[in-house]
Design a protein around this ligand. Sequence first.
Ligand SMILES: [Zn+2]
Length: 262
Amino acid sequence: MPLHKDEGIVLFKRAYGESDKIIRLFTLNSGKVAAIAKGANKSQKRFMNTLEPFNHISLEYFEKHGKGMVRLENAYVIETNEGIEKSLKRACVAGFFTEFVDRLTRDREKHTELFYMLKDVLATIKQRDLTYSDVLYHELNMLQILGFEPNFQTCVYCGKAMDEEEKICFSNQRGGTLCNRCARFIAHKRYDQGVIAQLASMRGKKREQLSCEPVGNYSPFNNGNGKDVIFERDARELLEGFVSFHLEVEFKSYRILKSIMG
Ligand SMILES: [Zn+2]
């Protein structure tokens, strides 16, 4: 069995039997990988504090034929999750993004850009509490990378280009905005003028533009007036509805996020 080397972010861990641990990693070279760490639960020395969720680690593993679960041989921390435990909010947001990546990617599907995006998001969470607007921003960008992006640009039914003012109807079923004419016969939900346009303005930032700087600097929802809060709530609802409809995934962490972030 050849020894593989990679790096990855720990998405999940649990005890297995008396002495082992099972973890799920989002790796740079192989995407999502499940691994068993023999003896990790028994000996404090083996993999000491390495396999904690949100840690970025380097790893060496053996793999049997069939690409099932790999056997973790060595693991070292590249970057710990320190900082995420500082508030419940940080832990929940970090949990949301790891759940997002975990559930929207398939095993062994390499996603280099998504890997770096998750790494950057976690690095930011370690430094400060994210606003809900930040969460939406990163969520949209992750959806874009995964090819699940809602269409905020043109009418999703007839293809018509629309002015910002016209973008008020959103069809979950069709996955995007509807022009006024098509909205007459296609089920949709209406939003205040500005909600869809602002979501549209959030997308499209490239990875180089993502950094630990507060996203709020270019976030359209952080202008400090009361209307932004309503916009943000609507935008959140729109995206949550879109994700659960199209990806058939109900994130446990959406509910927790909502209760924590208000
Ligand atoms: Zn139309």
